[in-house]
Design a protein around this ligand. Sequence first.
Ligand SMILES: Nc1ncnc2c1ncn2[C@@H]1O[C@H](COP(=O)(O)OP(=O)(O)OP(=O)(O)O)[C@@H](O)[C@H]1O
Length: 306
Amino acid sequence: MLKIELPGKRKRGRPKRRFMDVVREDMQFLCLHSQCLILNLLVLKCLQARYLENKFYTNAGCTLVAVNPFKPVPSLYTLKLMMEYHKAPQLQYLRPHIFTSAEQAYRNVQSQMEPINQSLIVSGESGAGKTWTSRCLMKFYATVAVSSSLKAHDTVERIERRVLDSNPVMEAFGNACTLWNNNSSRFGKYIQLQLNRSQQLVGASIQTYLLEKTRVANQPVNERNFHIFYQITKGATEDERLKWNLPCNSLFTWLPNTERTLEEDCFEVTKQAMLHLGISSETQNQIFKVNKDIPVSIHLFIYLFD
Ligand SMILES: Nc1ncnc2c1ncn2[C@@H]1O[C@H](COP(=O)(O)OP(=O)(O)OP(=O)(O)O)[C@@H](O)[C@H]1O
């Protein structure tokens, strides 16, 4: 039965709260609140101090805090460093890094009698570096999970290549330039990397969710549509334009801010990655071809999100 207690009507038997009790409780709440604020400030100060020393990763319990350097730091992601973390006897003595979390999860799978799934959750606000971090993780596993004698094996190499090539394709079709991030993912990703009993990469699957479909028809001011549209309209060759019924030098109202050229506007990379993923040139033609009978935007919309 649903009980509804009306405001102002005190339950019979419940002792009346004294004024001083209420004040004490409020003071306790305030103390706790200010303690949290002070703790937050200390954490921020610590992250800031480490950032100024070019230390972009910090351990906080079992969580790794990554601060976006917003500048290229190639020395932080070299193959040598990756192998150093992979081969380290004791990870806790190495500097906090995304490779520590990656390697720890990899070792956790290995150390179990029965393999147990491991999950890495990458979260943060827009522009924090989630896509970058997940790319690093995929590169790490694509490198270390095939570094045994099977490395030369064709199938394994193909899977490794495919795992990495899924990124440019997903980003071309699902990322867009926003006010906060030139390469903002407009969808969520659930990536599964499958390892065999010898901890070698044997498969991968990616599920996407919450794609911001409305962006195809309507983009906020100073933002852009999905990268793929700009890639096609800017990067298609004369032959491809003829094949795909693409007009030359046309302006499309649904493609705002075309004058902004980003490094993500690289159609050649997308096409090559699609080929490696097994999407043949014929299928690509069908995807990119504009059907003259229906408006361009609707046609592409159907192919992208069907
Ligand atoms: N570790 C890093 N080193 C150098 N640059 C980085 C790093 N992490 C992020 N960046 C830069 O910050 C930009 C934004 O990062 P990213 O696209 O990964 O953010 P995001 O959290 O995925 O954002 P969104 O939620 O909008 O997709 C990248 O394009 C890259 O230029």
